[in-house]
Structures are given as C-alpha cells and as structure tokens.
Design a protein around this ligand. Structure first.
Ligand SMILES: Cc1cc2nc3c(=O)[nH]c(=O)nc-3n(C[C@H](O)[C@H](O)[C@H](O)COP(=O)(O)OP(=O)(O)OC[C@H]3O[C@@H](n4cnc5c(N)ncnc54)[C@H](O)[C@@H]3O)c2cc1C
Length: 275
C-alpha cells in the first residue's frame, strides 16, 4: 500500500472528517461525518468529495468510536468543545481548569438605533450582556458569566438583562446555553496526545478568551495550525506554537479581568456599555 494520510477532523456543527489517501484509486480516500452542513460547508465538501472524501452527517461519535479511530488512524483531530470527547474517552475531563457559561438567542425587534454597531454591557458581575444586530430588525442577544458569578436561574437572568436594556426577550426554546473555556483552561502540553494520535483544536484545546468568551477565531487558527504542522510531520511542535500564538491574548485577558474583578470587589458598582 502506498503512502497514506489519514485523519479525523471534528469540527463545529458536529462533523468528523476522516481523510485517507490510498494508493488504490478505487478506494475511498476519506470520510466526513457531519450533523449540519451549511452552504459554505457544502461548497468545500464538494471539492473534498471530488478527491474521494466521504461526508457523513448526523453522527454522534461515542467513546468506543473514538478508541477505534485512534487505533485505526494516524491522526484524530478532536474539535468537540470542552470537555472534549478525547478527555471523556480517556477519563480525564477534570484536566480542564475552568469555564464560563453563556446564553444567546436570535431575536427580532427594532435595532435601528444600534445597527450596524454592537453593544456590550458590563453589569457588576464577571461577564457581560450583549446585542449584536445582524440587521436593523434582528439581533443576537445574550449574556455570559464566569462560573463563580453565574446565577441560579440562567433564563431569568437573560430575561432581566433584555428588559433592563430594552431588547426583545427571547423564548427559552430559542435560546442556546453552552460553556466556553477560560483559556488557557488546558495545559498546553495536553493539546497534542501523540500516544493516542490525537490533536485538540478550538474549545477542545481550552483556548477561548477568558475575558470576552471569544473562541471562534482561536478555533479556526488552531485548526489551521494543526493542519499545517500535520502536513509537515511536525505536530510535536503544536503545543508550543499554539501557546506562543495565544500568549499575548491570554495575558491581556487575564490582566483586564483581574482589574474588573478587583474594581468590583472594591465596592464600585458599575454599569456601562460601549457600542
Ligand atoms: C452563547 C455563546 C455565545 C458565543 N459568542 C461568541 C462570539 O460572539 N464570538 C466568538 O468568537 N465566540 C463566541 N462564543 C464561543 C464560541 O462559540 C466557541 O469558542 C467556538 O464555537 C469554539 O468552536 P469549536 O469548533 O472548538 O467548538 P464548538 O463550536 O463547541 O463545536 C463542537 C461541536 O462538536 C460537537 N460534538 C461534541 N461532542 C460530540 C460527539 N461525541 N459526537 C459528535 N459531535 C460532537 C458539538 O455538537 C458541536 O457541534 C460563544 C459561545 C457561547 C456559548
């Protein structure tokens, strides 16, 4: 059998991409498992499909599947969020140190005054509420807290924040609740597990911003970095390269968060916003 590149790529929207280049042209050269394909995914996937990659949607990967993948493939890319599937399968979910909780929803209403700007409001807890208008009539509204500051009733807190800020109140059914890593929430050395052929990207690598909760750009960046290094057989450099790229952001987020928390503990009641 000729040279083979084999990988699994787990990504947002629950898809797993398994790439296998085999010398026999009649063989499938890969497989993608996905639960929700958007139009942009479909365009990229069509190109991959032409190269012999199979795409699978709506497939929940079990711990047993995970162990089979790591036995069978040279590389498994874990992008399952925090705590990652690899940590569940390996019994190490406690290796993640911290997380934030956030809720958001797409609402319709009058955002003419705000659009095309966004608004983030700090309200005397570690976290914030936000309105990100998509158009003058529609916005993503939400709220997030660090674990120590999260309320007992998340939905009530979101409703109250919307009322305070004059935004439409979303229904519970249309509201997402999820956690975000307090990056770096994972020891950088644990982002690559060569003994299991696993590399972790995005939230699975624990690299979201501990101040803002931003994690999309890090997910993209770490995915590219892992692919680039895998292509050059240099994945052993991934933990260090990833940490070096994130370091400035980690430091800035840690310092600003410290000042916000100290300011609040000092008794200053703040409620301010920028847009
Ligand atoms: C309410 C909220 C608002 C946010 N707003 C922003 C924002 O404005 N900007 C920003 O940059 N970041 C934001 N974030 C953070 C951002 O969403 C994440 O950091 C980012 O999505 C991480 O991408 P990811 O691909 O690593 O993980 P995820 O987006 O979490 O994707 C992981 C995927 O893996 C799937 N999965 C998990 N386990 C399995 C399994 N066993 N089998 C199959 N599939 C599985 C999940 O269903 C999910 O689809 C927000 C987060 C929340 C919760």
């Amino acid at each position: 059998m000729g040279e083979r590149l084999r990988a699994h790529l787990r990504a947002r929207s629950r898809f797993v991409i398994q790439v296998r280049e085999a010398s026999e042209s009649s063989r499938s050269s890969g497989v993608i498992l996905a639960d929700r394909l958007t139009e942009s995914h479909t365009v990229g996937f069509e190109q991959l499909s032409e190269k012999g990659v199979d795409i699978h949607e709506n497939q929940s990967i079990t711990r047993t599947d995970f162990h089979e993948f790591t036995d069978e493939y040279d590389l498994v890319v874990d992008a399952t969020g925090q705590p990652s599937l690899s940590s569940k399968a390996l019994g190490t979910t406690n290796e993640y140190s911290g997380y934030m909780v956030a809720l958001n929803s797409d609402v319709e209403g009058d955002f003419t005054e705000l659009y095309p700007n966004s608004r983030i409001i700090l309200e005397n807890y570690t976290g914030y509420s936000w309105a990100f208008p998509k158009t003058s009539q529609r916005a993503n509204v939400g709220i997030g807290w660090t674990v120590s500051d999260r309320p007992n009733d998340y939905m009530k807190a979101l409703r109250e924040a919307c009322e305070r800020n004059g935004w439409p109140v979303p229904s519970q059914e249309r509201t997402n609740v999820a956690i975000i890593p307090e990056g770096p929430s994972l020891d950088p050395d644990r982002t690559h597990l060569p003994e299991h052929s696993v590399v972790r990207v995005g939230d699975a690598a624990g690299i979201a911003n501990r101040l803002t909760g931003k994690g999309i750009s890090q997910a993209v960046e770490s995915g590219f970095l892992a692919a680039e290094l895998a292509n050059r057989s240099q994945l052993h450099n991934y933990p260090d390269r990833l940490y070096q790229r994130m370091k400035t952001e980690y430091i800035f987020a840690t310092v600003v968060r410290y000042f916000l928390e100290t300011n609040r503990r000092g008794g200053t009641d703040f409620h301010w916003s920028w847009s």
